[in-house]
Design a protein around this ligand. Structure first.
Ligand SMILES: Nc1ncnc2c1ncn2[C@@H]1O[C@H](COP(=O)(O)OP(=O)(O)OP(=O)(O)O)[C@@H](O)[C@H]1O
Ligand SMILES: [Mg+2]
Length: 215
């Protein structure tokens, strides 16, 4: 079972958006997928309540019970677990990072938000440096230079690496959760869904590789 967590030290960066999008991409690719929602706001769990499709499973849990919740997911046959954490400084991000094969850190691509990654870099160190990638989110679709500059800033200043896939600002990301969907379900050929599928491909290949290297 692979575990990917969404972590950040700031609210509204796209953690839940990416968690739901990746989980739906994984379920559509045939993986038994579960989301563990550690955020007391319960955004992912509320999304599940609005949803008409059973998969992915969504479980609301407390950070202090994460180990047991992961064991239950494994016993229940989960192949991929995606952990969504709270934006505020609490135990959920640290606990999730400690149990992850890959930590994804969504961030908006501006200097104010990128500066908050210093706290994430510290958190990752405390968690024992699990593999982590920053995911640039909310870029203008034609802003390739902004993406390159943001990547350099992230890598240069905090020693964090960016995922090769970034997400643009697209209405589908905001519209899909209203009906308990992910963008790729709202519009099969939409660009948001394609970005999420590419991020899923990168993530699953990454955790496969990391796991093989550690065997
Ligand atoms: N790429 C995007 N394009 C358009 N809207 C987006 C995009 N990414 C996120 N959003 C919207 O921004 C808002 C915040 O996103 P999201 O809930 O995923 O952030 P979060 O990091 O989980 O926040 P919190 O810390 O409060 O849990 C949501 O309304 C979401 O629909
Ligand atoms: Mg959230």
């Amino acid at each position: 079972m692979f575990t990917i967590s969404l972590v950040g030290q700031k609210g509204g960066t796209g953690k839940t958006t990416v968690a739901l999008g990746l989980a739906v991409a994984a379920a559509r690719a045939g993986l038994e997928t579960a989301i563990i929602d550690l955020d007391p706001q319960a955004t992912a769990t509320n999304w599940r309540d609005r949803r008409e499709v059973e998969s992915p499973a969504v479980v609301s849990a407390q950070a202090s019970r994460l180990k047991q919740t992961l064991e239950a997911a494994r016993a229940g046959g989960a192949q991929l677990v995606i952990i969504d954490t709270a934006g505020r400084n609490d135990d959920s991000a640290l606990n999730a990072a400690r149990h992850s094969d890959l930590v994804l850190v969504p961030t908006r691509a501006n200097v104010v938000e990128i500066e908050t990654l210093r706290a994430v870099a510290d958190l990752l160190r405390i968690a024992g440096n699990p593999p982590a990638r920053v995911v640039l989110n909310g870029l203008h679709p034609s802003a390739t230079r902004t993406a390159d500059e943001a990547r350099e800033m992230v890598q240069g200043v905090f020693g964090l690496e960016c995922a090769p896939v970034h997400l643009c600002h697209r209405q589908a990301y905001a519209d899909a959760p209203v009906t308990g969907q992910a963008p790729q379900e709202l519009d099969e050929d939409g660009k948001a869904g394609q970005e999420l599928d590419r991020l899923y491909q990168f993530s699953i290949e990454f955790v496969n590789k990391v796991t093989i290297e550690h065997v």
